[in-house]
Write a protein that binds this ligand. Structure first.
Ligand SMILES: Nc1nc2c(c(=O)[nH]1)N[C@H]1C(S)=C(S)[C@@H](COP(=O)(O)OP(=O)(O)OC[C@H]3O[C@@H](n4cnc5c(=O)[nH]c(N)nc54)[C@H](O)[C@@H]3O)O[C@H]1N2
Ligand SMILES: Nc1nc2c(c(=O)[nH]1)N[C@H]1C(S)=C(S)[C@@H](COP(=O)(O)OP(=O)(O)OC[C@H]3O[C@@H](n4cnc5c(=O)[nH]c(N)nc54)[C@H](O)[C@@H]3O)O[C@H]1N2
Ligand code: SF4
Ligand SMILES: [Mo]
Length: 734
């Protein structure tokens, strides 16, 4: 307390030179507008203030308010690094297993650093370009692959996919959307010809009913959750469907605790009741959809009683939910990873699309489809073509006219063959088909499923370049590490979950010799013999916008201080469209695609009797590189845990705080148990953030056939209690 008082009086005595910068929060897809106030002498942020942005109206969650100090952390990468000849063999010193009990920081940074030496930019960039070029010239473009980042800007995403396509010579470019909403996007593109949300989050204020499934907004879209709670207080009735009780369920008119992986059966039963009781919008079905008869035929086989048995939800609650949807004037559908991250994720999303369509709940205020987007720029990175089958604007790479257009614009020949997805790249690295990779702003050694297989893939590469702001678990495998700009040091545009394109501005100076991400991408292109010359980030935006209809009217100047929703016909006089598809869909009519229920492939059995689900906590971001280096966030949530139901805990002999070993067919972790009835009997939950208890040592890499997304929300595990003598009190969570 005294130290704090001293610090305060020192601060009062020496006014710092400060600067206030209007920008955005670097974390989630809500896209809150923030003013950061920075000490310009020490090059660090002092505090954050919520700005009156379209998505947040001045509000911030704990990450926006306190999670900024990762940017000036002592472990920021400040020099290009080259792996020493004498370094340990790749994958041998894996920090995931090296000290499984050490809670500590995200990586054993101090152990890893000596295996790399500092290099000049010229040496590092020439090495990267030279090795990529050698692989391309010897084995062809298919032997190279790139993972771009949804934490980066639209401009960076555009340049990255251009580099892979035009210079590497393949479409092997993807990013974390594959692990995220790929299945939702597959269903939406198939159904209505567009993957973006139809209505913004705050439109919930105008909904009679909001259907919230497979999402945990108070933890993962916290400021959006405040608007949801307000709407609930003002009369919007929430139907919450989840297999681990989320806090938002406290505000629900109806909570359906569903057995994991059975949503197709629930959606089909809801469709069944709506059609059976004639609660559908006949005019909408006739004028704006196709495929209704086939859908009606399929869902006949799903009366609520059958779904009740499959989903463990009472049949009368399914009837009630259907009636709430059918009787409402306006229903808005929100969904998250509990829907998309299944091997039948696309079928899950198809059901939600059908529910909205047959009840005419699209194209009006308070209605629509809103897959809650995760990363601050996952919408934009997808729009910009960081996807193996699409150029910018979801234009298919195997369409000849489209390809010709891009060949003309970029002045090179392009590959007509769709590229590899995230999980396919790792597989191809293991089999030796992919020899070189460029990973910018992703950490697949912690975030991909079955990381033991990721280890094999990354180890097997001939050459890996990692561009990040920290020495991550993935960088352990790198031959060259390029120190890049954090969000706090760059200019760029970001597209939030509402399709709002907003500008971020630099608050801090780059640390050490770190350089801008976008310049590094261009440098590599240039050194591989392809001119990527831009005078500014704004100029990159203009090239991206010219290729992407939704952005065609926009520019950095047009975005201004508040940004715009796309599409925006007249940015000078309008903020853009908060509601789209009022009269028609990009595909013309909506296609209703029926789905049959199929159980997840890896069901619990005698050896692995529990279902493991993985996800997030409020304070941490994915692989923890940023939030575990933020003092406040790390202090609130310092270590991993496994939630287990009280009944299961009793039969396992587990007390709150005991350590348990959790095993799947792919790996094992040791982790403390938290006993809570938020999880269902027979299921356990582990957050993905803590590499020393890495959930993805356990997860199943099998993928959905359409979205190619892995089923992070379902695999079979065993749990074994291990007595622990250290007294531990569970912290409040979720
Ligand atoms: N604090 C924090 N916020 C984040 C992130 C973060 O790492 N930390 N990441 C961001 C990103 S990229 C994303 S994609 C979003 C994700 O945000 P969410 O979509 O909310 O993600 P999750 O926490 O993974 O979990 C989704 C919910 O699905 C439920 N669920 C699991 N299985 C099933 C099922 O079979 N059926 C149903 N109906 N529900 C199920 C889980 O219990 C959980 O409540 O969050 C973003 N925001
Ligand atoms: N078990 C399990 N696994 C999951 C999920 C789950 O629910 N369960 N969810 C999946 C989902 S939805 C997602 S989106 C993925 C996320 O997976 P990742 O994208 O791999 O996770 P992040 O930790 O967000 O990685 C971002 C990386 O970018 C770096 N970085 C941050 N800002 C910048 C920048 O400006 N420039 C550069 N060059 N680097 C930067 C960070 O240090 C970090 O290394 O994880 C997936 N994995
Ligand atoms: S809700 Fe998302 S964007 Fe807003 S402050 Fe929190 S993490 Fe940042
Ligand atoms: Mo995500």
């Amino acid at each position: 307390m005294k130290r704090f008082a001293d610090a305060l009086s020192r601060a009062a005595a020496q006014p710092v030179r400060s600067r206030a910068v209007d920008t955005l929060c670097p974390y989630c897809g809500v896209g809150c507008a923030v003013t950061y106030v920075a000490d310009t002498e020490r090059n660090r942020i002092l505090y954050a203030r919520g700005r009156d942005g379209a998505a947040n109206a001045g509000r911030l969650c704990v990450k926006g308010r306190y999670g900024f100090d990762y940017a000036d952390h002592a472990q920021r990468l400040t020099h290009p690094l080259i792996r020493r000849e004498s370094a340990y063999p790749k994958g041998q010193l894996s920090p995931l297993e090296k000290r499984p009990e050490k809670p500590g920081g995200p990586v054993d940074y101090d152990d890893l650093l000596p295996h790399f030496r500092e290099a000049s930019w010229d040496e590092a960039l020439d090495l990267v370009a030279g090795r990529f070029k050698a692989i391309r010239d010897r084995d062809g473009g298919q032997a190279l692959a790139g993972l771009g980042s949804a934490k980066g800007s639209n401009e960076e995403a555009y340049l990255f996919q251009k580099l892979v396509r035009a210079v590497f010579g393949s479409n092997n470019v993807d990013h974390c959307t594959r692990l995220c909403h790929a299945s939702s996007v597959a269903a939406l593109v198939e159904g209505i010809g567009s993957g973006a949300v139809t209505n913004i989050v705050r439109d919930i204020a105008r909904a009679d009913v909001a259907f919230l499934t497979g999402c945990n907004p108070t933890a993962n879209h916290p400021v959006a959750a405040t608007f949801m709670k307000e709407a609930a207080q003002a009369g919007t009735r929430l139907i919450v469907v989840n297999s681990r009780r989320p806090i938002i369920a406290e505000h629900a008119a109806l909570y359906l605790p569903i057995r994991p992986g059975t949503d197709v059966a629930l959606h089909n039963a809801l469709l069944h009741v709506l059609i059976r009781d004639d609660l559908v919008d006949h005019a909408f079905i006739r004028e704006r959809t196709e495929g209704f008869e086939q859908l009606a035929e399929t869902v006949k086989a799903y009366p609520p009683e059958r779904a009740a048995r499959l989903c463990d939800v009472p049949a009368q609650d399914i009837e009630r939910a259907a009636r709430m949807i059918g009787d409402a004037h306006a229903v808005l559908f929100f969904w998250g990873m509990g829907i998309s991250q299944h091997t039948h994720g696309t079928d899950n999303a198809r059901g939600l699309i059908s529910l909205a369509m047959i009840t005419g709940n699209v194209g009006r205020p308070g209605t629509g489809l809103h897959p809650l987007r995760g990363q601050n720029n996952v919408q934009g990175a997808s729009d910009a073509g960081l996807i193996p089958m699409f150029y910018p604007d979801y234009q298919p790479v195997d369409d000849e006219d489209v390809r010709r257009r891009f060949e003309q614009a970029w002045g090179v020949q392009l590959s007509p063959q769709p590229g590899l997805t995230v999980t396919e790249m790792i597989k191809a690295a293991r089999s030796g088909k992919v020899r070189g990779m460029y990973i910018l702003g992703e950490n697949p050694f912690v975030s991909d499923p079955d990381v033991n297989k990721v280890r094999e893939g990354l180890t097997n590469l001939e050459f890996l370049a990692v561009q990040d702001i920290f020495l991550t678990e993935t960088a352990e495998f790198a031959d060259v590490i390029l120190p890049a700009s954090s969000f706090m040091e760059k200019t760029g545009s970001y597209t939030n979950t509402d399709r709002r394109v907003q500008l971020g501005s630099p608050v801090l100076d780059l640390p050490g010799e770190a350089r801008q991400d976008w310049e590094l991408i261009c440098e590599i292109g240039r050194r591989m013999g392809f001119a990527m010359e831009y005078g500014s980030v704004a100029q990159v935006f203009d090239e991206f916008a010219a290729a992407t209809r939704a952005y065609a009217t926009l520019s950095h100047t047009a975005l201004g201080a508040r940004g715009r929703w796309y599409p925006c016909a007249d940015p000078e006089h309008s903020e853009g469209d908060p509601i789209v598809f009022q009269d028609s869909f990009p595909s013309g009519k909506a296609r209703l695609v029926p789905a049959r229920f199929q159980p997840a492939e890896e069901q619990p059995d005698a050896d692995y009797p529990f279902v493991l689900s993985t996800g997030r906590v409020l304070e941490h971001w994915h692989t923890g590189t940023m939030t575990r280096r933020s003092r406040a966030l790390d202090a609130i949530s310092p270590e991993g845990f496994m939630e287990v139901h009280p009944g299961d805990a009793r039969s396992l002999g587990l007390r709150d705080g005991d350590v348990a070993t959790v095993r799947s067919r792919r790996g094992e972790v040791r982790i403390r148990a938290r006993i809570t009835d938020a999880v269902l009997p027979g299921t356990v939950f582990i957050p993905m953030h803590f590499r020393e208890a890495c959930a993805n040592l356990l997860t199943d890499p099998r993928i959905d056939p359409d979205g190619k997304i892995p089923g992070f929300k379902f695999c079979a595990v065993s749990v074994q209690a291990e007595r622990c003598d250290v007294g531990v009190v569970s912290a409040p969570h979720r």
